[in-house]
Design a protein around this ligand. Structure first.
Ligand SMILES: [Zn+2]
Ligand SMILES: [Zn+2]
Length: 280
């Protein structure tokens, strides 16, 4: 039996003889299916094709795990190392022996979590490589689990992952879209790991929130207010999303970015100015 990996999203699926007909994650309006149709791969094929992992320090206690060539959505996994154990967040869809060895040298993995269903990658393979550690999945997104396994634990609202590290449900892109609040990050000023719950924009000054990034479908005002409500109590100075970072002053930049969305939405709702009836 083979653990099939969708080539478009790099999310692992349950072991079967034949690959599934479609990837439900990619058929959904928040992802996409290539014009050429659904394609599958698996770990051994990726290894033979020369896929490699690379692990880089992003700041003290935080490492990025990238796969090259780019695989699926192409996020970097984030390994957050604390004295209470390590969190693997938004794991990539591929794991090799080199990654296992380097992560083991960094203290291994105590728990795995993801920001949302698109960035679950090969969570179960990563868990099994590190002794079957818990894989946390937001209860609100349980329908998107593609590879059921006893290591999965469902959570809701917020939960502590490690001492000083918690995951907070924000909603928006997915009902269970979440951020990790790492109080010790950025020299104690606080860090959020956000996947694409909050995505850093190319200007490195603002963030984006969307219902579908790839298909450019915006969120409702209600959903944006829900994100505001969830993150308002959090204290942080820096953000790492699945690809990029927003440096010093991230909290005020996030606040301003969300207000910008709401201002645009409000402007759109202003009733049209009455046109005077011509008198004759
Ligand atoms: Zn897919
Ligand atoms: Zn996504």
């Amino acid at each position: 039996m083979t653990v099939w990996i969708c080539q478009t999203c790099a999310i692992e699926h349950a072991d079967t003889e034949q690959p599934p007909v479609i990837c439900e994650i990619c058929v959904d309006d928040r992802q996409w299916v290539p014009v050429a149709g659904q394609q599958w791969t698996h770990r051994e094929q990726l290894r033979q094709l020369g896929y490699r992992t690379r692990i880089d320090e992003l700041e003290p206690g935080l490492h990025g795990i990238t796969v090259s060539p780019k695989l699926g959505i192409g996020q970097r996994g984030l390994l957050l190392c604390t004295e209470g154990g390590n969190l693997l967040f938004d794991p990539p869809g591929y794991i090799d022996q080199e990654a296992i060895d380097v992560v083991r040298d960094l203290g291994g993995v105590a728990v795995i979590a993801s920001s949302h269903p698109h960035l679950t990658g090969a969570s179960i393979q990563w868990s099994h490589a590190f002794g079957g550690v818990d894989v946390l999945v937001a209860d609100a997104d349980r329908e998107w689990v593609r590879r059921p396994d006893p290591v999965i634990r469902f959570w809701r609202d917020e939960t502590e992952l490690l001492p000083g590290v918690r995951i907070v449900q924000c909603g928006g892109h997915f009902p269970g879209s979440s951020v990790v609040d790492w109080q010790g990050g950025a020299d104690g000023r606080g860090v959020l790991l956000t996947g694409d719950t909050l995505m850093v924009n190319p200007d490195h000054k603002t963030i984006a929130v969307m219902w579908s990034f790839v298909n450019r479908v915006p969120l409702s005002q209600t959903a944006i207010r829900g994100i505001q409500f969830a993150i308002q109590p959090l204290q942080y100075d820096r953000i790492y999303d699945g690809w990029d970072a927003l440096g010093t002053g991230a909290r005020s930049r996030v606040t301003a970015s969300l207000e910008r969305y709401l201002a645009v939405e409000t402007a759109r709702q202003v009733p049209p100015v009455a046109v005077p009836t011509p008198s004759c």
